[in-house]
Design a protein around this ligand. Structure first.
Ligand code: ACO
Length: 322
């Protein structure tokens, strides 16, 4: 009998504090209207001082385990995608494993795949479940982007938010994850980066904050995702009309609209949290997925196309029968 992996449950965590575009108008040379028109973002959640990638990951993970009715002792692997980890090491995943009191299982972070990290994690988890070595995997995206932003740079700080999303992926006799497709192209390394480094002496002024060529990245993203969708559907012998839901990385509403158009999907078949949460990097896909599932929009049996792209560049997709 074939092993497949399936989404057994999802969970989210968002910090209580909300920062609106109007709040940003007070400290930056920007307007709410500009932000909405160019990005689709209205507000974002910001972590309190005591909140971290670990604390938010724990909340999201516990919600996913509860939804799946799986106890911590049944977890066989923990993968956390984060660009804003608790520490350089140990991994945030090891720290979460300690909190869940499940010493022994593999636990690791995908630290540098940025906004594509969650899809990378899902792909790895799927392979381990399919080969029969693990039954249940926690795949989490957790980010405190607010701590790596230059709050005086209006071209980047308006875009991001904090939060965590988790998926509990478990063994199944029937297909759940149909395929995953991962890519990277390091020739675009300068389009989006965070220079904090131990490889060279740190220039404190420039090393602490995320840097992005937004317009360049926008154009790259649209082309890359277009090809990625073709690749994903062709690998499964499916056509656009077979896709029930697009669950995209939440970077910019104009990119999301272009991707929906590519699939001939109306926007009410796209899981969107961008307006309320901004870009939460590797947490954005599981956050959007969890919301659409809990709101009763995404239903069992439907076909979902997940896509992520970000610094690296790194990008990837997952086609899933939910
Ligand atoms: N308020 C007002 N004006 C602004 C603001 C702001 N917040 N930010 C920039 N501007 C100005 C610029 O200075 C520029 O002015 P100029 O014409 O006088 O030079 C003008 O607006 C246009 O700037 P562009 O950068 O060309 O604007 P664009 O339409 O490209 O929108 C944006 C910028 C929203 C960043 C867009 O390019 C984008 O979303 N890019 C994609 C980002 C992305 O996909 N990131 C995903 C990866 S995230 C990750 O991996 C962590």
């Amino acid at each position: 009998m074939m092993n497949y992996s399936k989404i057994l449950g999802t969970g989210s965590y968002l910090p209580e504090k909300i920062l609106t575009n109007f709040d940003l108008e007070k400290t930056l040379d920007t307007t709410s209207e500009w932000i909405i028109e160019r990005t689709g973002i209205l507000k974002r959640h910001i972590a309190a001082d005591h909140e971290t990638a670990l604390s938010m990951a724990e909340n999201a993970a516990r919600a996913a385990m509860k939804a799946a009715n799986i106890a911590p002792s049944e977890i066989g692997m923990i993968i956390i995608a984060t660009t804003t980890p608790e520490k350089m090491f140990p991994s945030t995943a090891c720290l979460l494993q300690q909190r869940l009191e499940i010493a022994g299982c593999p636990a690791f972070d995908l630290n540098s795949t940025a906004c594509a990290g969650f899809v990378y994690g899902l792909s790895i988890a799927d392979k381990y479940i399919r080969d029969g070595s693990v039954d249940n995997v926690l795949v989490i995206g957790s980010e405190v982007m607010s701590r790596v932003l230059d709050w005086t740079d209006r071209s980047t700080c308006i875009l991001f938010g904090d939060g965590a999303g988790a998926v509990l992926l478990g063994k199944s006799n029937e297909p759940g994850i149909l395929s995953t497709h991962l890519h990277a192209d390091g020739t675009h390394k300068d389009v989006l980066y965070l220079d904090t480094s131990v490889g060279k002496p740190i220039d404190v002024e420039s090393a602490l904050y995320l840097k992005m060529s937004g317009n360049h990245l926008f154009k790259l993203a649209v082309n890359i995702l277009d090809e990625l969708f073709d690749e994903t559907l062709a690998a499964n012998g499916l056509v656009k009309s077979d896709v029930d839901w697009l669950v995209p990385h939440q970077a910019n509403i104009r990119i999301i609209q272009a991707m929906a158009k590519k699939l001939d999907l109306p926007l009410d078949r796209v899981a969107i949290t961008l307006d309320e949460q901004g870009n939460t990097s590797s947490a954005s896909i599981p956050l959007a997925l969890d919301k659409a599932i809990r709101d009763g929009q995404i239903k069992r049996g439907q076909i979902l196309l997940l896509e992520g792209f970000g610094g690296g560049l790194a990008w990837g997709s997952a086609l899933i029968k939910y």
